[in-house]
Write a protein of this length. Structure first.
Length: 350
């Protein structure tokens, strides 16, 4: 009798657990959902730039690693420093895994610095499936500019092209002016980094800052040859890239004078750890998020992708979706005094 009661209790417990914690969707269910579907990869830049190059590379290989093998179609949505993509994901995109965004990392930091933007979307609520690259950003300039070193920028002006506030091409030099005392004059209005570098070639502007080393290396493979119209003026990073360090390219952070300066720059430069973030809207079912994270990780290890990246002269230094999610969360835990200083530097006090 006693053993029969114990058995009954055990059966009731098993049934209760089954009701409370439903079985996860099977791989077959996910495959059934994605089969015959088209996934749109919304790229927050114009064609030809670094963000676009990585986006199209991933799009060509991602579908074969997703159960059901959906088509993955890149779609460019340039403008507002890629905020258009973030807004689209948050507000109008289906929350089913068929819409992925690829933005500049500054888009994910901007709401921390401006409350009005955070009312539009909250980056901590997005689902991250990974980042294709951890980038070191640089200043690329014409050889005929007067400043020769970062130290020269304390007394000599450099005219830069940029896309829009909220992009790294505007935010980085703006913060450096405020924190380090540099004289970087920024002219906005270009669609993407490719348009700015073409403007540098034509002499419309003298350079571009806040652009990825990988982007410049793809567009201008001979940039370190010493026989080119332009050069890498400085690295906008705390540690720098091994290739550029070996070439003797200085760091903008060498101009830091105080610990507060260093903290501010570290907050700015931290976004480079996930410089090519692939994002799902809030509300996508957890099992699909996990499937797409796994597919992304497999894609970034795919020999075909890696071989193509090598031919394109692209570095691939990927992060998992879980890592990017944690990195974004950590940035949103930045001490208030550092955030206030950054707001002031960027003119985003309100």
């Amino acid at each position: 009798m006693k053993s029969g009661l114990a058995l009954l209790k055990m059966l009731v417990s098993i049934i209760a657990l089954a009701v409370i914690a439903p079985w996860p969707s099977s791989a077959q269910d996910v495959a059934s959902f994605f089969k015959g579907k088209t996934i749109t990869l919304n790229i927050g830049s114009s064609t030809g730039g670094g963000l676009d190059t990585y986006g199209r590379l991933v799009a060509r290989h991602l579908g074969k690693h997703i159960p059901g093998n959906p088509a993955v179609i890149p779609s460019n949505a340039p403008g507002a420093g890629a905020n258009i993509v973030a807004l689209r994901l948050d507000s109008v995109a289906p929350k089913d895994g068929t819409q992925i965004g690829l933005t500049f990392p500054a888009v994910l930091i901007d709401p921390l610095l401006k409350e009005s933007v955070r009312k539009d979307y909250d980056p901590t609520k997005f689902n991250y499936i990974g980042s294709a690259h951890a980038e070191v950003l640089v200043c690329f300039v014409r050889n005929d500019v007067a400043p020769k070193t970062p130290q020269d920028l304390l007394s000599q002006e450099l005219i830069l092209g940029a896309t829009a506030p909220g992009s790294t091409t505007w935010d980085y030099p703006t913060v450096e002016n405020h924190v380090l005392g540099t004289k970087l004059r920024v002219i906005t209005g270009y669609k993407g980094s490719r348009e700015v570098t073409l403007a540098v070639e034509k002499g419309e502007v003298q350079g571009i800052c806040g652009v990825g080393w990988g982007t410049i290396k793809v567009q201008y493979p001979e940039v370190l040859s010493g026989k080119f119209f332009g050069r890498i003026f400085a690295q906008e990073d705390i540690k720098g890239h091994r290739e550029l360090n070996s070439a003797g390219v200085p760091l903008m952070s060498d101009l830091v004078k105080t610990d507060d300066d260093r903290q501010a720059l570290q907050m700015l430069y931290a976004q480079s750890e996930f410089s090519r973030p692939f994002i799902l809207p809030p509300g996508v079912p957890a099992e699909r998020v996990q499937v797409l994270r796994k597919a992304f990780a497999e894609t970034m290890r795919d020999p075909d992708l890696l071989g193509e990246a090598q031919k394109l002269n692209l570095d691939v230094d990927s992060s998992s979706g879980e890592e990017v999610q944690a990195q974004v969360a950590k940035i949103y835990e930045t001490p208030p005094k550092v955030i206030e200083r950054m707001k002031k530097a960027l003119g985003r006090e309100k």
